[in-house]
Design a protein around this ligand. Structure first.
Ligand code: WT7
Length: 637
């Protein structure tokens, strides 16, 4: 376990040291990991070129740190507990020793298929033990994993595969979530016909689905594992070798392949896990995030294992077989730390509190929230009903690009304020800037959130596109990392994240780019042009509202909505479907042709009185027409 902060004065000291002597601070943290060779320099950086190097010269393997050292010192401790979707599937677990054996075997499977250090491997799996084994095996042999969330469509898989050229894809015959069963292999087959670079597909038998196995290309997981040796030494990786690529959405263009590297990510994720959650050695940690997202990578998997802590993987959904499932799992596995998203809390809140009378929840010590701003009401509901009033809630703010948590309370140490991510963790230097990039000093202020100094867990690049990395994150405000979030700082210097200030929409904690959804919708033959915005939604946080200019305006809107849902599901995934659509005559554009989404957002939220300045619009009458259309739409429905 990594040393952690024990008091507020400890935090202040650590923070001061991390700012004044960052290299000494981080080398002391790093010294608690296992290295094959020590670093020559702790940090080299240049935000003008977006070149960041931590622990250069060092050699290590993250799986030696996550698995091997604990397989030696506490072989029988559970590393991962898996809970199946169906009650009758029950649960399974792997000890650190067993995990070492499984990972070594699967590492040999990958090697046997010709996967070498630096090769990419795509993983399209639901929350199964094998997802963890696959990721860790890649890391063990130095292959770069790219996990594709199992809710993405064939087209999305194709886009990602064509960007990073994996040799191997790993999937399962089926995925079960609640009462739904989805044939994942079929989706992979659709994609693989367009991605000839994929040489092998490894298929896990999850549900005895009748699937088509392509001779020579498709292999059953269990057959390959049956023959594999359980000895595989971890590859000696350079500190700055890539560990994984994870695709995420931005304001414009195709998803970005965020690249994280071995040593910095390991040190940062291990450190933040131990600190934020105030980890004790017998903790049972459960993060409900899927391994397809960064939270699943950093805290369901790497962060907990790096500290030798048992982590829970849950295959299902919070409402199956009933809305008490989360609480039953906490009681069943004596979960001590529970980390979930506000959208899940709000969804469960809507069922009321009677469910809690039959649940104990007495094992819980710490609660966490992640992925989107948590509203005060949900915070209090979570605190009172789940935490029984005596578990701190850590509202952790971070991003795919940051690798780990940047602003968050430290459990049991930082005084909490509902809906505030509170204070930066040691090593993190936040800064608020105005639209011109001028720093906003002092307290009781609001601005755009930037970070002015590197931290070990930050992304190093976008895969094969360093230029876009530089442009997206370091050029809007030169020499600062720009997060894309708006943020307030209160009188005590506490931070409250207010949400994205760019064209990224956060639906149920899923990050969705407006541009991607617009491209998908515009593929509909009746749609000439469209604009998509996010608006406040009671449960999802935000939902998508799409304004469409159509060739045939007399079309039945319900039929059109179904067709658009299908297109968006096929091109991106079900979670990106618009909640509402509206056919309009025109879109509010500036004289230079830019759509003013700010106005469309206000209209979607029925906030007609605060549209702001419309004088720069080419044709301001469009706005009145849209409002009229919307009020008509509401009165008709
Ligand atoms: C965006 C990043 C962090 C892992 C999961 C999402 C929003 C994240 C919070 C929070 C308010 C939050 C931000 C951020 N966000 N955590 N605690 N409070 N907003 O990772 O998909 O890369 O999305 O999620 O807007 O920029 P992601």
């Amino acid at each position: 376990m990594i040393d952690s902060i024990k008091s507020m004065s400890n935090y202040i000291d650590a923070y001061q040291k991390s700012i004044q002597e960052p290299e000494i601070f981080w080398s002391e943290v790093a010294a608690q990991f296992v290295w094959e060779r020590n670093w020559d320099s702790v940090l080299k950086w240049n935000f003008q070129t977006a070149d960041i190097k931590w622990f250069e010269g060092a050699k290590c393997n993250i799986t030696a740190n996550c698995i091997d050292r604990f397989a030696l010192t506490m072989p029988d401790k559970k590393a991962i507990i898996w809970e199946g979707n169906d009650l009758n599937t029950g649960s399974k677990s792997l000890t650190f020793k067993e995990l070492q054996i499984e990972v070594s075997k699967f590492s040999n499977v990958l090697k046997g298929l010709g996967v070498k250090k630096g090769d990419r491997v795509a993983i399209y799996l639901p929350m199964l033990m094998e997802g963890a084994i696959a990721m860790l095996s890649c890391a063990r042999i130095g292959a770069i994993h790219t996990v594709i969330f199992a809710g993405f469509s064939a087209q999305s898989i194709t886009d990602r595969v064509n960007d990073c050229d994996p040799k191997v894809i790993i999937t399962s015959d089926s995925m079960v979530r609640g009462e739904k069963k989805i044939n994942l292999k079929k989706i992979i087959d659709e994609s693989i016909s367009q991605t000839p670079q994929v040489k092998h597909c490894i298929v896990l038998n999850r549900g005895d689905e009748d699937i088509n196995m392509n001779h020579g290309k498709d292999h059953w997981w269990h057959e390959l594992m049956h023959e594999a040796s359980s000895n595989c030494e971890p590859e000696n990786m350079n500190a700055e070798d890539p560990l994984f690529i994870l695709y995420t959405s931005g304001s414009t263009g195709k998803p970005k392949g965020v690249l994280h590297t071995v040593a910095g990510y390991m040190v940062y994720v291990g450190y933040t896990f131990a600190n934020v959650f105030n980890i004790q050695k017998d903790d049972i940690f459960w993060c409900t995030a899927d391994i397809g997202w960064i939270t699943g990578h950093s805290y369901s998997l790497y962060g907990s294992l790096l500290n030798g802590i048992t982590t829970v993987f849950f295959e299902g959904i919070p409402t199956y077989p009933d809305h008490g499932r989360f609480w039953d799992i906490i009681d069943k596995h004596h979960v001590t730390i529970f980390y979930t998203a506000p959208t899940a809390i709000r969804a469960l809140e809507s069922f009321g509190t009677s469910v809690f009378s039959s649940k104990k929840l007495s094992s819980l010590r710490v609660l966490g929230s992640v992925g989107e701003p948590i509203n005060e009401e949900a915070w209090h509901w979570y605190h009172k009903n789940v935490g029984k009033g005596n578990c701190p809630i850590v509202d952790t703010w971070w991003q795919t690009e940051t690798g780990g948590i940047l602003i968050s309370p430290i459990a049991n140490i930082t005084p909490l304020i509902p809906a505030f991510a509170t204070l930066p963790l040691p090593g993190i230097q936040p800064m608020l800037v105005d639209e011109n990039g001028v720093e906003i000093m002092g307290n009781e202020v609001e601005g755009n959130l930037c970070i002015k100094f590197p931290w070990p867990g930050m992304a190093r690049s976008l895969y094969k596109n360093h230029h876009r990395f530089l442009e997206t994150y370091f050029s809007i405000y030169p020499s600062l990392y720009f997060t894309g979030d708006g943020c307030k700082r209160n009188k005590d210097g506490y931070y409250r994240i207010t949400g994205r200030v760019d064209d990224v929409i956060n639906v149920s904690g899923h990050r969705i780019g407006t541009g991607e959804v617009e491209d998908a919708i515009e593929a509909h033959s009746n749609v000439v042009e469209c604009a998509v915005v996010g608006y406040n939604h009671d449960i999802k946080g935000q939902a998508i509202y799409a304004y469409l200019i159509c060739l045939d305006k007399t079309v039945d809107v319900k039929v059109l909505k179904n067709e658009i849902d299908k297109i968006v599901s096929d091109k991106i995934g079900v979670f990106s479907r618009p909640e509402q659509i509206q056919i309009v005559d025109g879109l509010p554009k500036t004289r230079s042709g830019k759509i003013m989404r700010r106005i469309l957002r206000k209209i979607a939220e029925d906030d007609y009185a605060n549209l702001g300045d419309v004088s720069t619009l080419l044709d301001a009458s469009v706005v009145d027409q849209i409002i009229l259309g919307k009020t008509k739409k509401i009165s008709q429905s």
